[in-house]
Write a protein that binds this ligand. Structure first.
Ligand code: GLP
Length: 241
């Protein structure tokens, strides 16, 4: 795992955005693995302002998102699909039919998960997967204890993850209890992975990930088994290391 230490959130976002822009220029039909959460919003802002300035062309690119809440339709305001529309998709020329997010309101979530893996395989895999990290070390919604051989699957969210994400909902009761997430094995199939870590609240988990052996109790440690992972972390997140 290569660690790039940057000054702050802005520099982290710019560094990650540059990597994505370079990839799309080199490979116009790149498959971008995208994430949600607060950490990655700055990257999307940078991609949007680059698009406005340079018209970087996403017309042949595809995106596959890591996860979606079960029970929320794609147009539900708190769905990850709506998040992606708001923060990225509607601002660049990525064709809507190329933007893939698991369908949270699928009748059979297990079947939806299976089809999602097939879709990624049909796209010939993810070229670059962007990741954030949960405070318990989760990646996507792969909570501690998830098997490293897991493919896209249905998960029950832990109390701490639901609490951390409650800020986007009006009450805790509204926070979904389950999600569909790309599994650890699906994530590891990506050709390159970029993990972003920002802020004091992530300092303890980042130190654990960097110092610990690979263990299912800290899902992000599995990234040490992948040959091309770059962690971009800011000073606040690196303070315990
Ligand atoms: C959610 C998402 C993860 C994300 C994590 C961290 O649980 N499923 O993909 O990495 O939140 O979010 P934040 O960046 O807001 O701290």
């Amino acid at each position: 795992m290569k660690v790039i230490a940057v000054r702050d959130y802005k520099e982290m976002s710019q560094t990650a955005a540059k990597t994505i822009i370079r990839l799309v220029k080199e490979k116009p039909d790149a498959v971008l693995g995208l994430a949600t959460g607060g950490t990655v919003i700055g990257v999307y802002d940078e991609l949007i302002s680059d698009y406005a300035r340079n018209e970087t062309d996403y017309g042949h690119a595809h995106s596959v998102n890591l996860d979606e809440y079960v029970g929320l339709s794609s147009d539900h305001p708190q769905s990850y699909h709506s998040y992606m529309n708001e923060h990225l998709f509607q601002h660049i020329n990525l064709p809507p039919e190329h933007c893939h997010v698991p369908q949270g309101d699928a009748e059979d979530p297990a079947q939806e998960a299976k089809q999602y893996d097939q879709l990624i395989a049909e796209l010939d895999g993810v070229d670059l997967q962007l990741l954030g990290i949960g405070r318990n070390g989760h990646i996507g919604f792969n909570e501690p204890g998830t098997s490293f051989s897991s493919h896209t699957h249905l998960v029950e969210l832990t109390a701490s993850t639901r609490e951390a994400n409650a800020r986007y909902f009006t009450s805790m009761n509204e926070v979904p209890t389950h999600a569909i997430t790309m599994g650890i094995a699906s994530i590891l199939k990506s050709k390159r992975i970029v993990l972003l870590v920002s802020g004091e609240a992530k300092a303890a988990i980042l130190a654990e990930v960097l110092q610990s052996d690979v263990t299912t109790s800290i899902p992000a440690t599995v990234l040490k088994m992948h040959p091309d992972v770059t962690v971009i972390a800011d000073q606040d997140a690196l303070q315990v290391v």
